[in-house]
Design a protein around this ligand. Structure first.
Ligand code: ZN
Length: 176
């Protein structure tokens, strides 16, 4: 349940992760974190009731190397909001399309891979969008996002207004 998720910030207020309320309580009782925001709910603990945290800040700094955002079907579909980039349909029947087909030398990179429904995929075939007379809704780019949080978690976190102030702007490719 989203209201039980807790945004965990590093000592310097950088987002680190999204964790469960249980994990958050453990960090609190061990004195490893402080509460920046509550979510308005109460939770039961062994020793009584506690106002449920919504945003926690660690009391110490965690050093982590910047992980690469891996190009995968999952991350491309999340970037494209589970929407076919040609016809705009939503759904589970999405696949990946190489805008410039692989056989023409199109690379497997963020700016050449988009979410595509099976119908559009079939229609486009082994052609470029121009050749197939299809138009991309926006040009694909590598998403800029907070790299510590997984992309689906990050997109979920954006729905939480309280968390927004700690989350850098998520920029994805727009058709200019
Ligand atoms: Zn489509």
């Amino acid at each position: 349940m989203p209201q039980h998720d807790v945004l965990l910030l590093n000592n310097n207020y950088e987002p680190l992760n999204v964790c469960t309320v249980l994990r958050a309580v453990t960090l609190l009782t061990r004195g490893k974190a402080e509460i920046l925001h509550h979510n308005g709910h109460m939770i039961r603990t062994g020793s009584g009731e506690l106002r449920a945290p919504s945003v926690l800040r660690l009391r110490y700094h965690v050093r982590r190397p910047l992980p690469e955002l891996r190009l995968s079907k999952h991350s491309v579909l999340a970037r494209d909001n589970y929407t076919c980039q040609y016809c705009g349909s939503h759904g589970r029947e999405l696949t990946l399309d190489h805008v410039v087909p692989r056989w023409m030398g199109g690379p497997h990179t963020w700016d050449n891979v988009v979410a595509c429904c099976r119908r559009c995929n079939l229609k486009k075939g082994d052609k470029t969008p121009d050749q197939a007379r299809m138009k991309l809704r926006r040009s694909p780019r590598r998403p800029k996002y907070v790299p510590f949080i997984s992309l689906p978690n990050y997109l979920r976190a954006r729905a939480n207004e309280e968390w927004m102030q700690y989350l850098p702007v998520f920029e994805i490719g727009r058709a200019d």
